[in-house]
Write a protein that binds this ligand. Structure first.
Ligand SMILES: O=C(O)c1cc(=O)[nH]c(=O)n1[C@@H]1O[C@H](COP(=O)(O)O)[C@@H](O)[C@H]1O
Length: 274
């Protein structure tokens, strides 16, 4: 089953546009797990179990595991998601980007070591840095396009004088992803919920691509505006929230609180669907 098939099925089955982001930070764990990096798996598995019927995707951020030397716990978590939430695709948020020979190793890490269904990538080094991921047929690859952070404008909103029609850099990324780079139909784009107008612009350039849209919740993006902009052409959207769900409560009932936060976010997203 391809990433896109899984996404379509999970979106329908769970009636959800919500991606639950797994950004485990031990200093924010409840008392019994707090400040213990060996508990990353336990914390994330509890969140997965509490939200598996509410999410269209899960998105573990690899830095939160690697920073603690907890890659083995990420492996276990991937296995846990495959067993306990087999209908929900997993996007490994790695934001990789490197020359082809190194990209081959990163692709192997994402798809063979961790068994991810999709990965996030920086397109900055060009097509040969993306191509090794596309050799894994059916897997998804989301290119950073117009990111949610304020500094995204520093480069992404620069005008490319050398390209016909003089698009902004992020518009050019969207065109490449919708067109010549999307050889096997595996590409998607990352666009921040904090910039609904840019989501609309990207959607106009890339009407059919899946959009991964982080930035609702802790970053303050508008859920309704995000959905309206993202769904206007029919391509799928995946709206990520991490901290607002993971740390909805810091007491022992954190997983129940995460579930309630996921229910609320899912409802807010669904209310704006056309
Ligand atoms: O690629 C991403 O996932 C990403 C792109 C982007 O433009 N902005 C962004 O916040 N993210 C990630 O999405 C998550 C957002 O987390 P919260 O702000 O806690 O919901 C983090 O894991 C970020 O690394």
């Amino acid at each position: 089953m391809t990433f896109l098939d899984m996404l379509r099925d999970a979106t329908t089955q769970n009636q959800s546009l919500l991606c639950v982001g797994l950004d485990p930070e031990p200093s924010r764990f409840p008392a019994a797990l707090k400040n213990d990096p060996r508990k990353i798996y336990d914390f994330c598995a509890a969140i997965v179990d509490a939200t598996a019927d509410l999410a269209c995707a899960f998105k573990p951020q690899i830095a939160y595991f690697a920073a603690h030397g907890a890659e083995d716990q990420l492996e276990r978590l991937m296995q846990h998601m495959r067993c306990n939430a087999p209908h929900v695709p997993v996007i490994l948020d790695a934001k990789r980007g490197d020359i082809g020979s190194t990209a081959e190793q990163y692709a192997r890490e994402a798809f063979e070591r961790y068994g991810a269904d999709a990965v996030t990538l920086s397109p900055f080094m060009g097509f040969d840095s993306v191509e090794p991921y596309l050799a894994y047929h059916g897997k998804g690859a989301f290119l950073l396009c117009r990111t949610s952070n304020p500094g995204g404008d520093d480069l992404q909103a620069q005008r490319l004088a050398s390209v016909e029609g003089q698009p902004l850099l992020y518009e050019h990324v969207a065109r490449l992803a919708q067109g010549p780079w999307n050889k096997n139909g595996q590409l998607g784009l990352v666009v921040g919920a904090t910039y609904p107008q840019e989501i609309e612009r990207v959607r106009a350039i890339a009407p059919t691509l899946p959009l991964l849209i982080p930035g609702v919740g802790a970053q303050g993006g508008d859920a309704a505006a995000t959905v309206r902009a993202g769904l206007r052409e029919g391509g799928p959207i995946i709206v990520n929230s991490s901290r607002a769900i993971l740390y909805a409560s810091s007491d022992e009932y954190f997983a129940d609180a995460a579930r309630r936060a996921a229910l609320d976010t899912r409802a807010a997203l669904n209310a704006a669907r056309p």
